[in-house]
Design a protein around this ligand. Structure first.
Ligand SMILES: [Zn+2]
Length: 269
């Protein structure tokens, strides 16, 4: 239904895959998640030969098919930089699962923006609660699930709820609504990651201001939106590029945002 944008690879997929001594074929029309995992497992023995940043190719540490996904060494969490600016953050608590290994990327953004940065673990709720007060944390980066745990504790203790939140959704999780405990003044930025630290759906300042449940497609990928499937292809910066990788949801374009980009909503089958 949508014409895929054309793009130029910095290197061809064949060249990229050859570095790992694997071939990107045969795929057919799309790469399934299982096929991608198979490729990653075959590439694993050669991943350590080059300086990549590695992220887990799963959100679940108990995933039996857990493997590593290589990212460029210089890759940065650019979208977070925008969120923290729009949210007017001054002190940030990192509350994503430690297994996701997103602390260093978050630290770099906070350091460059001159923001206080505090790494927390969800199981340390009493400590986290005190840190929110003593460090005047105004922004928490977390999942919607862990947000509920924090809100539950803070409301039990009758403590203030930080005014800004960044939600990172895993690609296979059904998107959650903004918690009803949030006041109208609470700001929320949201994005969707295909693997931890690999954003594919992001938000702009307008979507954040509107607390929209829609997203913008990341420019790091070209997208194919069909009625029954959504495919992404890396637009050049992934060492091991996605090639018509089928996402576990169907994304639908829902009009155009004031920023000029299509607004996207997604549904799991
Ligand atoms: Zn926008």
């Amino acid at each position: 239904m949508t014409t895929p944008r054309t793009h130029t690879f910095k290197q061809s997929p064949e060249e990229a895959y050859a570095r790992f001594e694997i071939e990107p074929t045969p795929y057919g029309d799309e790469t399934s998640h299982e096929a991608l995992l198979h490729l990653l497992q075959r590439a694993e023995k050669n991943i350590s030969k080059s300086p990549f940043r590695l992220v887990p190719a799963s959100f679940n540490p108990l995933d039996p098919s857990l493997t590593a996904f290589p990212r460029p060494l210089q890759s940065e969490w650019q979208s977070l930089r925008l969120y923290l600016k729009v949210l007017e953050s001054r002190a940030v608590m990192m509350l994503l699962p430690l297994f996701w290994q997103m602390e260093s990327a978050t630290y770099r953004v906070c350091r460059d923006s001159g923001l206080l940065f505090f790494v927390a673990d969800i199981s340390n709720t009493p400590v986290n609660s005190l840190a929110i007060d003593s460090l005047t944390i105004d922004t928490i980066i977390t999942t919607t699930q862990d947000c509920q745990a924090v809100l539950s504790y803070l409301s039990t203790k009758q403590r203030n709820i930080p005014r800004s939140w960044v939600f990172v959704h895993s690609v296979d999780a059904v998107p959650q609504h903004i918690p009803p405990e949030f006041s109208t003044g609470t700001k929320v930025a949201q994005e969707v990651h295909v693997f931890p630290g690999v954003p594919i759906l992001e938000q702009c300042g307008s979507l954040i201001e509107r607390r929209a449940k829609t997203f913008h497609a990341s420019d790091s990928y070209t997208w194919v939106f069909k009625s029954d499937r959504t495919l992404i292809t890396s637009a050049g910066d992934d060492p091991l590029p996605f090639i018509r990788y089928r996402l576990p949801f169907v994304a639908i374009e829902q009009g155009v945002c004031v920023c000029g980009k299509a607004e996207i909503e997604y549904f799991h089958e």
